[in-house]
Design a binder for this molecule. Structure first.
Ligand code: NDP
Length: 421
């Protein structure tokens, strides 16, 4: 069918690219590009050595902070779609390049600046904090602002096709289409019951992960944001396949898009499970300044503490062989159908070791990389293609839900779920 250019070759991209290669009747050609071309070459060699895929794989070097470098690469490679699996810092430069080159764009996380002390960005951010009422560094306004330009150029941007955001947003669209006339509440529950045996490690990019988890929490209620202190709201929940876990309310990006796209929704919350050891380590690192994102001088050289910490922590890609247990991620909905109240849970259970056997990664990269491939397939096949900038819940969820079952993330519908107080 076509050619995809994937920017990034880290934990998530590693899975997405292997799934594209499995799906070789759709992804005839795959070009992998990042700053470290040797990593892209190693992945290409791994897939080719397995000898199962007919996809033609090439690799390129690119610095995705540089729009003109990206435009030159896109013009040369001529992909049908660019799949951005670099970091949220590169979202806008890659969107700019796709606009200039006239190619569809797909990603898995919304824009966040690398330097949150940049005065120009900070002025806009502080205004937004006051206007919208949440203080997270990331929000959709930057990417939604491309709507008219993408429309005019006749190209599609599909935002946030990972698991959360991504699958959780598609679950919401599916629940609304098939089970509810009105959805009143959505609780998104992200449980990782995996154990990697390290005292402290993050399951995806540590810088992005620690920034997210150490920030204030927030939820959407009755048309506005309610902000909480970090980890202020705690609940216990028993997850199928995992057992009972403590979970904490976090701010999360799909709350913002679902509040806009699910008509009449009254409350949306996001909870993630954490063990006490993870929280104690994180608090300590934060207290000593290791989560700072601004440069500090050390022996005559500028270093960014959170980036230095990243160099010390285990590479998330290396957790695969040692992580055992399961993830359980999904959504609980309440609302009305045919005049009667109802509740519903849709979720997926994923086993870390099964993921490792299939693609050499743990389940966090797997549960993000598979939906990244599926979203790209939706755009490339034309099923989810219209000019403009869209979140995944803007499209018909059915083909995506079918693809989840087919490509490794089967889901379960529970019509009598335990609700979260
Ligand atoms: P990694 O840190 O493992 O990988 C990031 C990749 O981006 C690396 O291959 C790196 O390669 C590349 N990269 C970074 N900067 C640049 C640049 N300037 N130019 C070109 N390439 C660059 O991250 P993950 O794989 O863990 O995460 C990838 C994305 O997935 C992130 O945006 C993350 O937020 C998102 N995510 C989404 C989830 C969801 O459920 N929606 C869940 C988990 C993650 P190199 O250094 O060689 O350039």
């Amino acid at each position: 069918m076509g050619k995809v250019l994937v920017i990034g070759c880290g934990g998530v991209a590693g899975v997405a690219i292997q799934k594209c290669a499995q799906n070789d009747t759709v992804f005839n050609e795959i070009c992998i590009a990042s700053r470290t071309v040797s990593k892209c070459d190693a992945l290409k060699a791994k897939i080719e050595a397995e000898g199962k895929s007919k996809s033609v794989i090439t690799t390129r070097k690119v610095n995705a902070d540089n729009v003109q470098e990206l435009v030159a690469l896109i013009r040369d490679v001529q992909p049908d779609v660019v799949l951005n699996l670099a970091l949220p810092y590169q979202d806008l430069t890659i969107m700019d390049a796709c606009l200039e080159a006239g190619v569809d764009y797909v990603d898995s996380a919304n824009y966040e600046p690398e330097d949150t002390e940049d005065p120009e960005w900070r002025a806009i951010y502080e205004r937004r904090c006051k206007e919208l009422g949440f203080t997270a560094y990331f929000d959709y306004s930057w990417q939604w602002a491309y709507q008219e330009r993408y429309k005019k150029a006749g190209i599609t941007a599909l935002l946030g096709t990972g698991f959360d955001p991504g699958v959780t947003s598609v679950f919401s669209a599916y629940a609304l289409k098939h089970y509810f006339d009105e959805i009143h509440t959505i609780d998104i529950l992200d449980c990782n019951g995996g154990d990697h045996g390290y005292p402290f490690a993050t399951n995806f990019n540590p810088e992005i992960n620690l920034r997210e988890v150490s920030a204030n929490g927030s939820y959407w209620e009755d048309g506005h944001w309610v902000e909480t202190r970090p980890m202020e709201i705690k609940r216990e929940y028993t997850f199928e396949g995992v057992g009972e876990k403590d979970m904490y309310l976090l701010h999360h990006e799909e709350i913002e898009s679902l509040a806009k796209n699910i008509p009449g929704v009254k409350r949306i919350r996001f909870f993630m499970t954490f063990g006490q050891s993870y929280l104690t380590h994180m608090k300590c690192l934060e207290n000593v300044g290791m989560l700072r994102t601004d440069p500090v001088m050390y022996e005559g050289k500028e270093i960014v503490p959170i980036q230095f910490l990243r160099a010390l922590l285990p590479d998330p890609a290396s957790l695969g062989p040692r992580t055992v247990g399961k993830t359980n991620i999904g959504c609980i909905f309440t609302g009305i159908k045919d005049g009667r109240e109802r509740s519903l849970k849709i979720y997926n259970v994923c086993d870390h070791q099964e993921c490792y056997r299939e693609v050499g990664s743990q389940a966090i990269s797997y549960t993000t990389g598979v939906p990244a491939m599926i979203g790209t397939m939706m755009v490339m096949s034309g099923l989810w293609k219209k000019p403009g900038v869209f979140n995944v819940e803007d499209f018909d969820p059915d083909p995506y839900m079918d693809a989840l079952n087919k490509w490794g993330l089967p889901w379960v519908v529970d019509e009598n779920p335990v609700l979260v107080p």
